[in-house]
Design a protein around this ligand. Structure first.
Ligand SMILES: Nc1ncnc2c1ncn2[C@@H]1O[C@H](COP(=O)(O)OP(=O)(O)O)[C@@H](O)[C@H]1O
Ligand code: SF4
Ligand SMILES: [Mg+2]
Length: 329
């Protein structure tokens, strides 16, 4: 399997009161061609910042302060805006968590999707006539579960619900058949049926076009069912990674706490409840394992240095005292 995207030692920081505070600290991971990789963790752990770093879409006061992101033998961290623009949307596209802000309020939904094809054909190679573009957009709207695609095509974002906007954003992201789609909670504001349709379209594109997917979700059951591999993130660090079918038999005490926080024995379709304690703020800038204050397995040494990667079978875990892979299911 060839790596499509390789992230090495990525650090991202925000400038606050003259100091650089780390939001992401030395994270590494890769996404293979045709793979579906999932990323989970509580709110504020750095999932969106990880996704936004890839195409350098970070907010103004936040910057990449270390590491490399290789795609097609190019280090995206070093690319200028002009070169990044050629990749955005055509080769790597991004479904933003905040869809309302990402859509243009003054432009009809259909025109926003069509504009992507009008800007160039992307991986589809041939340039299309206006009428062919509209036909393609309408077909895509149907596959995203819109029963009256013409009406949606002609609607402005404010006339659509949050879930509908999320599907429009997905259409904009996939219409050029990119090699990698980054979806930041791509189905979180959808009802169950629309969520099923949206995820099944993405799975279809992954299967037919070998489109790799990097899916961020707070719903561990989606990660387990939909993705082939998972990453768990805590306080700006990746703490565990492995194949998704082992997600519910975690090794890291944090992953274990997340899994145990999902109510019920059958964890399908359930969203995690709070686990005791809270994610540290970036102002804390802890040394050692950031999960230590919440960890039932913590010992004195855990506070001194961040644990190195431990390879256990096909899993990697960053913990001095990993669990056995059993949960209280
Ligand atoms: N514009 C910003 N300025 C300062 N800190 C920010 C900003 N955006 C996010 N953060 C901080 O970065 C951390 C990671 O945020 P984020 O990646 O959005 O988390 P997640 O997507 O996992 O919920 C959080 O501690 C958050 O408070
Ligand atoms: S390194 Fe120590 S504190 Fe951190 S998760 Fe492992 S046991 Fe808990
Ligand atoms: Mg987020």
């Amino acid at each position: 399997m060839v790596h499509l995207l390789n992230v090495f030692g990525l650090s991202v920081s925000v400038k606050k009161n003259g100091k650089l505070l780390k939001i992401l600290d030395n994270i590494s991971f890769s996404i293979d061609e045709g793979e579906i990789l999932g990323l989970a963790g509580e709110s504020g752990c750095g999932k969106s910042m990880t996704a936004l770093s890839i195409l350098n879409l970070l907010p103004k006061d936040i910057e990449i302060t270390g590491g490399e992101i290789f795609y097609n033998e190019q280090n995206l961290v070093k690319l200028g805006e002009k070169d990044l623009l050629k990749i955005r949307g055509s080769e790597i596209s991004h479904v933003f968590q905040d869809v309302r802000q990402a859509l243009n309020p003054l432009m009809k939904a259909g025109a926003q999707i069509a504009e992507m094809l009008e800007l160039g054909a992307g991986r589809n190679k041939k340039n299309l006539k206006k009428i062919e573009i509209k036909k393609q957009v309408l077909e895509l709207l149907v596959s995203l579960g819109f029963e009256k695609p013409e009406k949606i095509y002609n609607a402005f974002p404010h006339q659509l619900s949050g879930g509908m906007c999320q599907r429009i954003m997905t259409a904009i992201a996939v219409i050029k058949n990119p090699r990698l789609l980054i979806g930041d909670e791509p189905s979180s504001s959808l009802d169950e049926e629309s969520q099923r349709q949206c995820l099944s379209l993405l799975k279809d594109l992954n299967h037919k076009n070998k489109m790799s997917l990097f899916i961020i979700s707070h719903d561990l059951s989606i990660i387990r069912q939909f993705c082939s591999r998972f990453l768990i993130m805590y306080a700006g660090k990746i703490v565990e990674e492995g194949p998704s079918d082992l997600l519910f038999s975690p090794l890291h005490p944090y992953t274990q706490a997340l899994v145990n926080a999902i109510p019920g024995k059958d964890k399908r379709g359930k969203v995690l409840e709070n686990i005791p304690g809270k994610v540290p703020s970036i102002d804390d800038q802890l040394t050692g394992c950031p999960f230590a204050p919440r960890c039932p397995r913590a010992k004195a040494g855990c506070l001194e240095i961040f644990p190195p990667a431990l390879q256990i079978g096909n899993r990697k875990v960053f913990c001095f005292y990993p669990a056995t892979g059993e949960t209280d299911e």
